[in-house]
Design a protein around this ligand. Structure first.
Ligand SMILES: [Zn+2]
Length: 317
């Protein structure tokens, strides 16, 4: 006699017939609607997570992306095994994302201006930083210094990769040293913090940039609010660790909605070149606030102007 069997099927990455439900306001959004709106919910403004490749397509001029160190893969020096072998997790992440690691690095042009761009992908093991992520960041800095290109980093990370133990924590020191090399030349470094940027990445290179931009609503916190609440046995404000709270506390320079992100990046790169600084400066000055009531943007503007007034592109080490 035939038996009835019910099977629950859930699709990953929201691929339910091209429609996706917004996790914030629950509105059902079509794939076309999302794509046309930079993967931002038109109803509540929630910024959906983007893959590293989508970020490159959004920021780099078409056909100019030239990837660096694409063949680097993590080793498994500790032969780490939690519920499953680390090597198996790496293989699965590569299969799911089509990426060799949680970060891609390359040179490109952004509105016809040369730059080195590095982008993290949260879908690859939570954007965690292991030895290869650290090495790729190092090579991005080397390429930026060698060519005198500004470095633009798009960050998304859960922190250090526990499967690499102390080796992952060492990447905090390594990437910090790499930023130090950038500042010695100097070569400008712009960091774009997206949801979520946490742990060892937030506590190292992500927040050491000359200009720090964040997307609205991004969680930017060393630990998640729930972990902190459990530790200190106190409840935290609703906006704890969010980009807006970080801006109020002077931790970041500006919050830029994704639809305006490339334009704002182009403005900064243009000002760094010195060429269009004169045209844009009054607008930025107005946005930075009146003397005596200067907002967070004022600090970034000062650092950009310092580059614009120095021949950093032609300086040789
Ligand atoms: Zn929404």
């Amino acid at each position: 006699m035939a038996q009835r069997v019910s099977v629950n099927i859930s699709r990953r990455n929201g691929a339910s017939g091209g429609a996706e439900s917004c996790p914030q306001c629950k509105q059902l959004l079509s794939a076309v609607e999302l794509r046309d709106n930079y993967s931002v919910c038109p109803n509540c403004g929630n910024h959906f997570r983007l893959s590293a490749r989508e970020r490159v397509a959004m920021l780099a001029d078409s056909g100019t992306w030239n990837e660096i160190a694409a063949g680097l893969r993590s080793a498994d020096p500790l032969q780490f095994f939690d519920l499953r072998p680390y090597s198996e997790r790496l293989e699965e992440a590569e299969y799911d994302t089509g990426l060799g690691e949680a970060m891609i690095v390359g040179s490109c042009r952004i509105h016809k201006m040369d730059a080195v761009l590095m982008v993290m992908d949260f879908s690859f093991m939570g954007g965690s930083m292991g030895s290869v992520v650290g090495e790729k960041f190092w090579r991005a800095c080397e390429a930026a210094i060698e060519n005198r290109y500004p470095l633009v980093a798009v960050c998304a990370s859960g922190g250090a990769r526990m499967q690499e133990g102390i080796l992952s924590l060492l990447q905090m020191a390594k990437t910090t040293c790499a930023v130090e090399l950038l500042s010695e030349v100097p070569v400008p470094f712009i960091s774009i913090l997206t949801h979520p940027t946490t742990g060892g990445v937030l506590a190292s290179f992500a927040t050491l940039a000359d200009v720090i931009i964040a997307e609205p609503g991004a969680l930017l916190s060393f630990s998640g609010p729930r972990v902190i609440e459990q530790t200190i046995k106190e409840s935290l404000p609703d906006n704890f660790g969010l980009a807006e709270s970080n801006l109020n506390h002077g931790q970041i320079d500006m919050i830029v909605p994704r639809s305006q992100l490339k334009d704002r990046l182009v403005q900064i790169l243009g000002m760094l070149e010195g060429g269009v600084a004169c045209a844009l400066e009054p607008l930025w000055e107005e946005e930075a606030g009146r003397p005596g009531r200067r907002g967070p943007l004022a600090g970034a503007l000062g650092r950009i102007k310092a580059f614009a007034n120095a021949p950093w592109r032609s300086l040789k080490r």
